[in-house]
Design a protein around this ligand. Structure first.
Ligand code: PLP
Length: 395
């Protein structure tokens, strides 16, 4: 059966790995080596001439990493995928590969804070003009495209922490009209829920630290797209060096095998818990694209197969009262990150935005009343019981 015909769960288990021939290892081994030997000078020259494809040096690739890349490329329906030591290494290397001094870039205003910081500091320092647009302001986006002629639009979908969903078809249509490349950070969706390349997006990235790894035990990032685009980013990575270690690649492969199962469970738990929260008197607002009350519910329902395991919600109380609720939760740990087996909970105000005042946080859309809940693989009824008892501590 051709790879294209296989369903996602089958690809997650088998793609990128050795065919089950006699004597084959069922799992891809960890290649714990920094370099690879050439039998003779001819073999070396053939390698440089592209006559033979093989390994050379660890910074240029490792067989465990390549197996993981092939698996992710198959899951995203991409020609090529490239792994990095973290999601941020994937973002920064990609932007440095694609942008030159004098270029313009547009980011959606609620994209990951470190991506914004990198663009606002490093990219500006090197002469790139950085613009922001609200994730659902399509007119504003088109105006910026017309006026600034940017090289690239970068956005998450869904975004963090309000789970805004971009209309990918609409964004791609506007971008194509102006010959602008589109990069979607699909970390919150995973290929189980959405495959942006099918909508004509040029590049998809993930913080593989989250759902792709799925066990809160590794850091990794990945970029997927055409061979030409990913190849140019690979050249840049070979200089910048943010590669994925073979041990982490092995853990990532192991995590990916259960991606489909895990995300389906997290979708179901996410929907159940979001609906429960929405009916609770102490919860003033729930942000979850699977709810009809979410401003992008219709777009999300049309382009996504599920809405993921992150639910953000606002509580009736002040920052300190909400901390009491957070501290009273017994199952989820207080911590950043998402997408793993263990549920995690946080007040974004006190996690990623701690150093800002309430007013500064509000200016970037982060309310002190906001809680972000990353649902793991625990039974949703246990999670609800835990939230219920913790909400009684809100005061
Ligand atoms: N993109 C999104 C949406 C994220 O949530 C994160 C991390 O939280 C990143 C990128 C950065 O990934 P990493 O932490 O793996 O560097």
């Amino acid at each position: 059966m051709s790879e294209q015909k296989k369903k996602l769960a089958t690809l997650a288990v088998h793609a990128g790995e050795e065919a089950p021939n006699s004597g084959a290892a069922v799992t891809t081994p960890i290649y714990a080596t920094s370099t690879y030997i050439f039998a003779n000078t001819k073999e070396l020259c053939d390698h440089h001439e592209g006559v033979a494809h093989r390994m050379e040096y660890g910074r240029y690739g490792n067989p465990t990493q390549i197996a993981a890349e092939k698996k992710i490329a198959a899951l995203e329906g991409a020609e090529d995928a490239l792994l990095f030591s973290s999601g941020m290494a994937a973002v920064t290397t990609t932007l440095l590969a694609m942008l030159s001094q004098g270029n313009d870039i547009v980011l959606t205003s609620d994209c990951y804070r470190k991506t914004r910081q990198f663009s606002n500091t490093m990219l500006r320092k090197f002469g790139v003009n950085v613009h922001f647009v609200a994730p659902d302001d399509y007119e504003g986006m088109e105006k910026l495209f017309e006026e600034k002629k940017p090289r690239l639009l970068i956005s998450e979908s869904p975004t963090n922490p309000y789970l805004n969903v971009l209309d990918l078809e609409r964004v791609v249509a506007i971008a194509k009209k102006h010959r602008i490349k589109v990069l979607i950070d699909s970390t919150f969706a995973t290929p189980v829920n959405q495959r942006p390349l099918e909508f004509g997006v040029d590049l998809v990235m993930h913080s593989a630290t989250k759902y792709l790894g799925g066990h809160n035990d590794l850091l990794a990032g990945v970029i997927c797209g055409s061979e030409a685009l990913v190849g140019a980013i690979r050249d840049c990575q070979s200089m910048l060096g943010g590669i994925l270690d073979a041990h982490a690649a092995y853990l990532l492969i192991r995590g990916l095998k259960t991606l489909s199962l895990r995300v389906q469970q997290q979708n179901a738990s996410g929907q159940r818990i979001a609906e429960w929260l929405e009916s609770h008197p102490k919860v003033t607002r729930v942000h979850y694209p699977g709810l009809k009350s979410h401003p992008h519910h219709e777009v999300a329902a049309a382009q996504m197969k599920g809405f993921g395991g992150v639910v953000s919600f606002e509580l009736d109380g002040k920052l300190e009262q909400i901390s009491k609720f957070i501290d009273a939760c017994e199952i989820p740990g207080i911590g950043p990150s998402l997408g793993g087996a263990e549920s995690l909970i946080e007040q974004p105000s006190l996690m990623s935005f701690y150093e800002l005042s309430s007013e500064e946080r509000l200016a970037v859309g982060i309310k002190d009343t906001l809680v972000r809940f990353s649902i793991g693989l625990e039974d949703p009824e246990d999670l609800i019981a835990d939230l219920e008892q913790a909400l009684t501590k809100l005061g």
